[in-house]
Design a protein around this ligand. Structure first.
Ligand code: ADP
Ligand code: MG
Length: 165
């Protein structure tokens, strides 16, 4: 587990870019947190870090937005989905088990549809309007290693890092 407190939108973007440097084909990131927590902003940072120059916005109405970078990036927003059939209709599994990188906002709405292994990033508001607590947890050994690498590079960049146990 890794807990990082960011104190501005820019820091959250920076964290996203840092995470991007550690991603590999087929990686899955599940994002949770209330509306306005910063899920899309973190995704923007990840996308920028992967070399995506297009503007990244929440695909709230389209559910999925695909970006082409070093590898394809599948950006999901499950906020408006009501049932798992709708997920199946958009071919969720083919994307998530494919060779691109999947980033899934509101993953907790359909946690039972997520793969066995993924990186879980939960964002919560902090004590002031521009602070966020960003908790990064691994589901599976592959993501444990990713977090270990992230600890090495994030520790020197962010003031409030708690590396957990
Ligand atoms: P979500 O996708 O979780 O609904 P967004 O990323 O769209 O949230 O919006 C987050 C909002 O919070 C943005 O307007 C952003 O500028 C603002 N914000 C303020 N401080 C932060 C921070 N430290 N990290 C992320 N977003 C922040
Ligand atoms: Mg969003």
């Amino acid at each position: 587990m890794l807990l990082i407190h960011t104190v501005s939108p820019e820091e959250t973007l920076q964290l996203g870019q840092m995470i991007a440097t550690l991603l590999q084909p087929s990686d899955v990131i599940c994002l949770t947190g209330d509306l306005g927590a910063g899920k899309t902003l973190l995704t923007k940072g990840i996308a920028a870090g992967l070399g995506i120059t297009e503007d990244v916005t929440s695909p709230t109405f389209t559910v999925l937005q695909v970006y082409e970078a070093k590898m394809p990036v599948y950006h999901f927003d499950l906020y408006r989905l009501e049932n798992a059939e709708e997920l199946a209709d958009i071919g969720f599994d083919e994307f998530v088990f494919g060779s691109g990188i999947s980033i899934i906002e509101w993953a907790d709405k359909f946690s039972y549809c997520m793969p066995e292994q993924y990186l879980h990033i939960a964002i919560t508001h902090g004590t002031s309007p521009e602070t966020r607590a960003i908790q990064i947890q691994a589901r599976g050994s592959h993501y444990e290693s990713l977090i270990e690498e992230l600890k090495k590079i994030a520790g020197s960049c962010f003031r409030n890092v708690d590396t957990g146990f």
